[in-house]
Ligand binder design. Structure first.
Ligand SMILES: *[C@@H]1O[C@H](CO)[C@@H](O)[C@H](O)[C@H]1NC(C)=O
Ligand SMILES: *[C@@H]1O[C@H](CO)[C@@H](O)[C@H](O)[C@H]1NC(C)=O
Ligand SMILES: *[C@@H]1O[C@H](CO)[C@@H](O)[C@H](O)[C@H]1NC(C)=O
Ligand SMILES: *[C@@H]1O[C@H](CO)[C@@H](O)[C@H](O)[C@H]1NC(C)=O
Ligand SMILES: *[C@@H]1O[C@H](CO)[C@@H](O)[C@H](O)[C@H]1NC(C)=O
Length: 239
């Protein structure tokens, strides 16, 4: 499909576009992928007119999307903390029990920088896939119970949407890593089972579980954003 940048160590190597149909397809796809939400930083028609330099632009655009993804996750966590966690000890259990802890995702920028493009992209996709189930169930649950104010539901729906667009970006440009990524997840110990808060009658228990989930989402979205930013700066050669 799209002329995917391929991996060679830290270098990006672009396959030349073969034919204008392909280019058009790429442009249409990138518009579809990147310019759907209102958060799109530059949906100007210039994208339609650009040539291969748009690949670099794509990375810059997707880094904006990951920024918004992280931003909104942070806002949700802060709001939950301020509304439901005051005077509680929810934070005590929070850091050590993220479902994504079974993977050793690089947390520090320095460490992530040591990875090559392929591995960064892989970890990003693993991380995003790991959140699909929790987000889906959380949104479904909140939609049913209306336990939290509507703003939480709409923010989480938006977060889910952004996560899907980030995944679609990687999947369309780096198809070759999808299978290895699925394998990594399959081989990991069970990464997520439906959280107990959904069953618990104890409000405090449910809120504690949600705090935990929002905390983990906030933490992981920061990593996703960092990884995309590293890829973007490498694509731009400005690291
Ligand atoms: C999120 O984005 C809004 C609007 O762009 C900005 O005002 C706010 O400071 C950002 N928040 C964080 C946590 O980055
Ligand atoms: C949660 O809210 C309290 C009180 O506003 C604040 O002191 C604390 O830093 C917040 N926790 C996080 C992780 O933001
Ligand atoms: C922390 O986890 C333990 C074990 O699951 C639980 O008994 C305790 O109530 C939790 N503490 C808080 C503040 O949620
Ligand atoms: C990439 O990850 C593989 C294992 O998934 C590892 O063997 C390899 O050394 C890593 N390469 C870099 C440069 O991090
Ligand atoms: C994201 O939301 C926009 C509009 O809110 C919608 O058109 C689009 O299909 C959604 N994308 C995904 C991947 O769900």
């Amino acid at each position: 499909m799209a002329p995917a940048p391929s991996f060679r160590g830290h270098q990006w190597t672009y396959n030349p576009v073969r034919g204008s149909c392909l280019l058009l397809l790429l442009v249409v796809m990138s518009n579809l992928l990147l310019c759907q939400g209102k958060s799109c930083p530059s949906c100007s028609p210039y994208l339609l007119a650009t040539s291969m330099s748009s690949l670099t632009d794509l990375f810059i655009e997707v880094a904006w999307l990951s920024h918004d993804f992280h931003n909104l996750s942070t806002i949700v966590f802060k709001e939950f903390n301020e509304t439901y966690a005051q005077g509680k000890l929810y934070h005590i259990n929070a850091t050590n029990s993220c479902h994504t802890n079974v993977f050793d995702f690089p947390e520090e920028r320095d460490k992530a920088h040591q990875l090559n493009n392929e591995n960064i992209t892989k970890w990003t996709l693993v991380l995003l896939y790991c959140w699909n189930n929790p987000l889906y169930h959380l949104v479904k649950e909140l939609d049913t119970t209306k336990e939290l104010p509507e703003t939480f539901l709409s923010s989480l729906t938006e977060i889910e949407n952004m996560s899907e667009r980030l995944q679609a970006f990687i999947e369309s440009h780096f198809r070759k890593i999808i299978v290895p990524v699925l394998k990594i997840i399959r081989n990991a110990p069970s990464v997520w089972s439906e959280h107990q808060y959904m069953k618990s009658r104890d409000e405090d228990r449910r809120h504690s579980e949600m705090y935990n989930l929002f905390h983990c989402l906030h933490r992981d979205s920061r990593k996703v954003d960092m990884y995309f930013k590293i890829l973007a700066c490498r694509a731009r050669k400005t690291c």
